[in-house]
Design a protein around this ligand. Structure first.
Ligand SMILES: Nc1nc2c(c(=O)[nH]1)N[C@H]1C(S)=C(S)[C@@H](COP(=O)(O)OP(=O)(O)OC[C@H]3O[C@@H](n4cnc5c(=O)[nH]c(N)nc54)[C@H](O)[C@@H]3O)O[C@H]1N2
Ligand SMILES: Nc1nc2c(c(=O)[nH]1)N[C@H]1C(S)=C(S)[C@@H](COP(=O)(O)OP(=O)(O)OC[C@H]3O[C@@H](n4cnc5c(=O)[nH]c(N)nc54)[C@H](O)[C@@H]3O)O[C@H]1N2
Ligand code: SF4
Ligand SMILES: [Mo]
Length: 918
């Protein structure tokens, strides 16, 4: 059966016969910025901010601005279904129909032999609400298992648990306009400048307009978010509960709490009040490592301000006490009545674009559609009736990490992975990968080629992606927007919900013929209509919403029930909460330390997180040369004192080890880190560097309630890598295609990295390290791979080689510019070659350059990607006496999307401090 691609509703606004502009939503973060996609045929020409979208009003960050770069229709994508009948064979392309039949056959066979709970679905916060709905129904109503979870388990599940425990429902009560109306903004465990840049822009503008506004940042690192704050509390990782308890302690002692609000609208305060007596500011100073006076100051600003808004994300959630951290922060709002009014409230920022939609559609093992609970028989009966089936399974489903544990020990045989890359993003990679090998049948449904998890797939299903998909997303402020397709999917790719529905129909014919009709949706709007009905009468009720209404009135905030004339900007204005007694709850939580304390063997506290211009495992952002300019390679950031103690110097390779695995990366000094702490970006996995990526190191210990792992803290040791032979190369071309071709080299060296780069207009940089020089054949093969001699399509090149000593220096030129180079054994001329490739003047003599007759050259790093302004240009400007405004005027840095604004401000501030210090 063919699966025709269908688009719901009228989507295209014809601008001219050839070019059309489609309104949609950015596919990256939970800010949910509206975009305008300009397309011609199946080509996206440009993406810009949508002025009419209330969440961003035309603004986009650097990632959103570069979206057009990531739209591909070639081998950078998964274009066809692929299949390997046995693990000894290579996968081959097959027809999509055949793949859908294989999926149905294999799932039916697993269910027949081992029962429904031998199947697991691992989905993603990047799916659209329609995708979740169909997968959820497939898992629970057809297969008959609750084993359907998502990567939101690594992301938002502590926020869900925290809201439910305290406020009674999983609903962020605030909205983005509160950023403009708050007097105090309390940012905890969030690097908003990097992770939600458009909200940071809104905050910057609000501070300009309201100079009395105060910003407090709680983060172990001095991030770009923390640099401009009025107060930065650089707490020790994992100690937030103690800090928040101490703030409440101060508020109680100083009479700053709102006894009236507590009495009328909450319960459970007495027990907590007893608990927090032990958390004096002095006691918390001991635990959290921040001055008691700063804790007192934070408590006063929080409680005394007319309106206090909290913003929080992974610094709270990714913790073995994530739920308690969320609850302890929400307590501060309840105790001071800072909730349910403009500019106030505990506002959990969502990470992924539609993690919210997943929570609404019940796309997690512990949720059912409409914020229902699978452990509640009435809720199961409700949903069964809505779906037209007799019953739903009662056996609890497994959350993400437990699901992989079950694969490893054989309870789960078949795993279907959609729009997430667990062989990079889950903690304790050795275990995750062992599980993927152990599974009997793995389906990976992905859009981009070359991801880590695809290596483990028996069956690959080709997914359509942004901007080829139609549906809806919900952003952090509960706003539902239409995502609209601007072009057709390439190859055999199909929207995720469609692939799920097509397999479901085939599977039903095999195991439950009566249910085959349950998945015969005409289009996305039919899926949405079925989903929206499940919210009726629930806290999130948006049963009045339809595609037609969203088309007419634009994006809407839930609740938006039948009879409502508009959506709802803020929740709980009346002080009534969706708990049985209508009261919010204080939870008597205690502070517990991180799961893995540092020790003599692993003396450093490692935290991981995001960079400004990369997205997760980089399937998409690595396709934009512009985005690679900001940070091109993974660095372990350390305090200079720890570097000295470990014996590693700036730029050198280090071996970072935890109890679970190790990694070789370069090291950089960062004075924004406390001694004893280290930071590694989460983005580079085994598709880019040798080994198992950043999560080889991380700890799978998890929160007892939310089951979210402690990705923000592991104990590690750092030592010199001891790889005296090093090599570096570069080849111009398409990074995605080159990376696939060069991927086997990642497995052949102790240190290896394939780094997408904007150098010379775009290509791949190669970095290698080994204990001693590889043999001559290996070096020749490497040169061949880089088209620099020996075999195959070699280009004319200049060479200075002594391969028996491991020394190779080669450069290929076209139009007197390098198009590839490789330097092994002594890499000092790499920066000169790079500068030349990047448009700098060439050397007087190429031979002289290869023989090392060149002065030192330092490569500049791009800070402002919109205007291509480098760190060196900014430093020169600062040295010439320019202030922030002067830099903006003369260099234009920070005047495009504004994402680099905080970094430029930090550079100015640091220069100022150094000048004062000297
Ligand atoms: N550029 C970019 N933006 C993104 C993403 C991306 O990949 N790239 N991903 C999106 C997603 S899915 C998510 S979940 C969000 C995440 O957004 P954020 O949570 O803001 O980003 P992170 O860098 O993961 O972590 C935030 C901060 O937590 C701090 N931290 C670590 N441990 C602790 C602690 O114990 N207590 C406190 N208070 N802070 C701590 C870290 O130092 C870090 O600065 O970003 C979204 N936006
Ligand atoms: N060390 C460490 N690890 C972390 C974190 C951390 O802070 N530190 N953060 C965690 C968090 S918060 C998150 S959210 C996760 C994110 O981790 P992942 O979800 O694993 O990361 P992504 O790279 O976003 O993976 C998305 C995948 O979906 C594919 N894709 C893109 N669009 C589509 C589509 O429309 N359909 C389909 N089927 N596929 C598509 C992409 O090619 C890619 O392979 O990482 C977690 N892991
Ligand atoms: S802040 Fe940036 S990444 Fe997030 S939705 Fe807006 S444009 Fe996209
Ligand atoms: Mo996330």
């Amino acid at each position: 059966m063919d699966t025709p691609y269908s688009r719901a509703g009228a989507i295209a606004e014809e601008v001219s016969a050839a070019t059309r502009t489609v309104s949609s939503v950015c596919c990256y973060c939970g800010t949910g910025c509206g975009v305008r996609v300009q397309a011609q045929g199946n080509r996206v020409i440009a993406v810009s901010g949508d002025e009419s979208h209330p969440s961003n009003r035309g603004r986009l960050c650097s990632k959103g601005m570069q979206l057009a770069d990531t739209v591909r229709r070639d081998a950078a994508r998964v274009l066809r279904a692929q299949w390997r009948p046995s693990r000894d064979e290579a996968r081959a392309d097959i027809a999509l129909d055949q793949a859908l039949d294989i999926a149905a056959d294999r799932l039916a066979s697993v269910i027949a032999r081992h029962g429904p709970d031998a199947v697991g679905f691992y989905l993603s916060g990047q799916l659209l609400t329609e995708d979740y709905s169909v997968f959820n129904k497939l898992a629970r109503a057809l297969v008959g298992t609750n084993n359907v979870d998502t990567n939101s388990r690594l992301c938002m599940s502590s926020a869900v648990a925290g809201y439910k425990q305290t406020l009674g429902a999983d609903a962020p009560p605030a909205c983005y306009e509160d950023l403009e109306q708050a007097d105090t903004v309390f940012i905890a465990g969030a690097n908003v400048a990097y992770a939600h840049p458009v909200l940071f822009r809104r905050l910057e503008a609000a501070r300009q307009a309201r100079p009395h506004m105060r910003v407090i940042v709680v983060d172990p690192r001095r991030t770009d978010t923390a640099t401009g704050a009025d107060l930065h509390l650089p707490i020790l990782p994992g100690t937030d509960v103690a800090l928040f308890h101490a703030m409440l302690h101060v508020m109680v002692e100083e009479g700053l709490i709102d006894r009236g609000y507590i009495e009328n609208h909450t319960e459970g305060f007495a027990a907590l009040e007893g608990r927090i007596r032990a958390y004096s500011p002095a006691a918390a100073q001991e635990i959290c490592g921040v001055p008691a006076a700063d804790i007192v100051q934070a408590a006063r600003w929080f409680a005394r301000s007319p309106a206090t808004l909290s913003l929080y994300t992974m610094g709270l959630n990714q913790s073995s006490s994530g739920t308690a951290k969320n609850a302890a922060l929400i307590h501060l709002h309840l105790a001071t009545g800072q909730i349910g009014k403009p500019g106030a409230g505990p506002f959990s920022l969502t990470g992924q674009p539609n993690a919210m939609g997943g929570r609404e559609a019940g796309g997690m093992a512990t949720l059912l559609p409409g914020h229902r609970d699978p452990a509640n028989p009435d809720h199961r009966a409700d949903v069964a009736a809505l779906w037209g089936v007799e019953s739903l399974p009662a056996t609890p489903g497994l959350p993400a990490l437990e699901m992989f544990d079950a694969v490893l020990d054989g309870r789960i045989k078949a795993l279907w992975i959609v729009a997430t890359n667990p062989a990079q993003s889950m903690p304790d990679q050795a275990r995750v990968r062992a599980a993927l090998r152990q599974a009997e049948f793995v389906i990976v449904q992905d859009a981009y080629a070359g991801t880590e998890t695809l290596d483990y797939a028996d069956l690959v299903l080709p997914a359509a992606t942004w901007p080829e998909k139609d549906g809806t997303t919900t952003n952090s402020e509960r706003r539902i927007s239409r995502v609209r397709a601007a072009i057709e999917p390439p190859g055999d790719a199909r929207p995720d919900w469609r692939l799920a529905a097509d397999v479901a129909t085939r599977l039903a014919r095999r195991i439950a013929p009566g249910k085959a009709g349950h998945f015969a949706y005409a289009d996305e709007s039919a899926v949405f209509a079925e989903h929206a009905r499940t919210t009726a009468g629930r806290d999130l009720d948006y049963s009045a919403l339809t595609y037609a209404l969203l088309e007419r009135d634009g994006p809407q905030q839930w609740p938006y029930g039948l009879g409502a004339a508009t959506g709802t900007a803020r929740l709980y204005g009346d002080g009534r909460y969706p708990t049985p007694g209508g009261r919010a709850r204080f939870v008597d939580v205690d502070y517990l330390p991180v799961a893995e304390p540092v020790c003599a063997e692993y003396p450093l506290r490692l935290t991981t997180g995001r960079l400004r211009d990369h997205w997760h495992t980089m399937a998409r952002t690595a396709l934009s040369p512009t985005l690679t300019r900001h940070v091109e390679e993974p660095w372990l950031s350390m305090h200079p004192a720890d570097m000295a103690a470990a014996g590693v110097a700036e730029g050198e390779l280090a071996r970072v080890a935890s109890r679970r695995g190790h990694l070789v990366v370069g090291v950089r000094a960062d004075e924004g880190l406390r001694p004893g702490h280290a930071f590694l970006p989460m983005h580079w996995g085994s598709a880019f560097i040798a080994g198992q990526g950043v999560n080889a190191l991380t700890n799978p210990a998890r929160d007892p309630v939310s089951r979210q792992p402690e990705l923000k803290h592991s104990a590690v040791a750092v030592a010199p890598a001891g790889l005296p032979w090093q090599a570096a190369g570069w080849i111009r071309g398409d990074a995605a295609i080159l990376r696939q071709r060069l991927a086997p080299w990642l497995r052949r060296f102790s240190h290896a990295a394939l780094l997408p780069t904007a150098l010379g207009g775009g290509g791949i940089r190669v970095a290698l390290g080994e204990t001693r020089a590889p043999d001559v054949d290996t070096l020749q093969a490497l040169c061949a791979a880089l088209e620099l001699g020996s075999a195959m399509p070699a280009r004319p090149h200049a060479a200075y080689d002594d391969p028996h000593r491991g020394i190779v220096r080669r450069v290929a030129l076209a139009d007197r510019k390098p198009v590839a180079f490789f330097v092994a054994g002594d890499t000092r001329i790499v920066d000169a070659l790079s500068a030349w490739a990047d448009g700098g003047a060439g050397p007087a003599s190429v031979a002289g350059l290869l023989m090392g007759r060149t002065g030192p050259v330092e490569r500049a790093r791009t800070v402002c990607v919109c205007h291509g302004v480098t760190d060196r240009a900014i430093q020169a400007g600062i040295a010439a006496g320019l202030d922030l405004q002067g830099l903006r005027r003369t260099l234009r840095c920070g005047t495009g999307c504004g994402s680099c604004g905080p970094e430029v401000a930090r550079m100015v501030a640091r220069a100022h401090v150094h000048r004062q210090g000297s």
